[in-house]
Design a protein around this ligand. Structure first.
Ligand SMILES: C[S@@+](CC[C@H](N)C(=O)[O-])C[C@H]1O[C@@H](n2cnc3c(N)ncnc32)[C@H](O)[C@@H]1O
Length: 403
């Protein structure tokens, strides 16, 4: 591979924003990719993947490059040189790469790789939590998988098209996909591609949604005509899936504390041809109380640490803090206590997170079930999805039934 100066500059600029300005990697990369209209798909892939790679391996690369935060541009070029050297890319004779000690880089890599915190490039506290909650052996495998690039998975919008038809349409545009056994609405791309530019996407024939995330709406067991409340709907990945399973019949109340997220959901719903969603901002306890004992199904896709989706959000390794996880555990129990009251007798509740930590998952459900409001519920089943076992995102979901 030959390195191109303007692409490498884009990566360094992006890293400056992510590491020094605290900006989110996905947003920064989205912006970077708009920089030069002449960039082809390979150029764009280089900028996105290299930036993500260096974010993912920040701790390891910084240690090898012997640089410390806050990184100046020279520091970032040194980390870039580490990335390129370890990838076996020949460094051009640019001033930034003068005196790059290629052999020393490989030696340091081998030496540091003996320690999990460097090999997997994670903060010490995160490693300690992982070991404490999952045990050494599972955590070692899980964090290694969480450092690999995730597949691109689509969820077919069955309101508009069948899985087979969509597969054919994409095939005609040179996008090849596979079915995934056990995931009825999923198509997996054989090779990464920018699916957002296709007419199929613009016409709402699919959404990009990981396979594990698609299990959640399936577990909720919705039927056309039901009243379903999606309490932490965000931009609506799961709401839209629920809508397609309900064949646009019945009512979905999509709630979140952020109006901005629900606005995104509105746009996506229009594209998806979904018209049975009512949006409700949770700005007091009123909208919740109004729905007490009213819903056939309630989904609590709870805010969480995101420790199951590091493959997609590698910068979360550096943005997360242990105190945040402590706080979010309290929120998780609160929303379980409050939002479960919306389920009507005989109705069902799914509690889900994209975390692999038992303290955010089965332990929360256990604590709920032994509490006063939890006594009204029976535990039906749960599913713990680890990325290293499933090949998809780490997730947890539990199904409870109100007596
Ligand atoms: C895991 S995300 C939801 C993802 C979304 N369901 C999807 O499938 O795309 C959790 C959501 O919970 C929202 N949230 C945080 N605290 C909340 C609360 N107390 N009540 C309701 N929603 C909350 C966040 O704004 C965020 O959108």
């Amino acid at each position: 591979m030959r390195l191109h100066r303007n692409l490498c500059f884009a990566v360094i600029d992006g890293l400056t924003d992510i590491f020094n300005e605290g900006k989110y990697a996905d947003k920064v990369i989205q912006q970077l990719l708009k920089r030069d209209k002449r960039w082809g798909s390979r150029d764009r892939a280089f900028v996105a993947e290299t930036t993500y790679d260096i974010v993912r391996w920040k701790r390891l690369y910084a240690e090898i490059a012997e640089v410390k935060e806050p990184f100046n541009r020279d520091n970032l070029w040194r980390m870039f040189a580490v990335w390129a050297t370890l990838k076996g890319i020949r460094l051009p004779d640019w001033k930034y790469f003068e005196k790059t000690p290629s052999r020393k880089i490989k030696g340091r890599f081998d030496e540091l790789s003996k320690l999990r915190v460097f090999r997997e490039s994670i903060p010490d506290w995160m490693d300690a939590i992982g070991v404490q909650e999952l045990g050494e052996s599972k955590w070692t495998k899980e964090i290694a998988t969480q450092n690999q690039q995730a597949d691109v998975i689509l969820r077919v919008n069955t309101l508009k098209i069948s899985k087979e038809q969509l597969q054919n349409i994409l095939f005609d545009q040179n996008i090849e996909t596979d079915f995934i056994k056990g995931y009825p609405s999923a198509l997996k791309l054989k090779q990464r591609a920018n699916v957002f530019v296709t007419d199929a996407f613009k016409n709402g024939l699919f959404e990009v949604q990981d396979a594990s995330s698609q299990l959640v709406a399936d577990m909720l067991d919705v039927k056309p005509g039901m009243k379903v409340v999606d309490t932490c709907a965000g931009a609506g990945g799961k709401t839209l899936h629920i809508a397609s399973l309900m064949e646009n019949k019945g009512q979905i109340v999509a709630m979140d504390i952020y109006e901005s997220k629900l606005k995104k959901l509105k746009i996506r719903a229009r594209r998806n041809g979904v018209h049975n969603i009512d949006l409700k901002v949770i700005d007091s306890t009123k909208p919740i109380k109004k729905l007490y004992n009213k819903a056939d199904r309630v989904l609590i896709d709870a805010p969480c640490s995101g420790l199951g989706v590091l493959r997609r959000n590698p910068d979360a390794k550096w943005k997360l803090e242990p105190e945040f996880i402590d706080k979010i555990r309290t929120v998780q129990q609160d929303v379980l206590q409050q939002y479960s009251k919306m389920v009507k007798p005989g109705g069902k509740l799914v509690y889900a997170t994209c975390s692999v930590l038992p303290s955010e998952n089965e332990n929360q459900v256990k604590a709920f079930l032994t509490s006063e409001s939890g006594k009204e519920f029976n535990f039906v089943k749960d599913r713990k999805v680890l990325a290293h076992e499933s090949g998809f995102d780490g997730f947890y979901m539990a199904l409870l039934e109100k007596k």
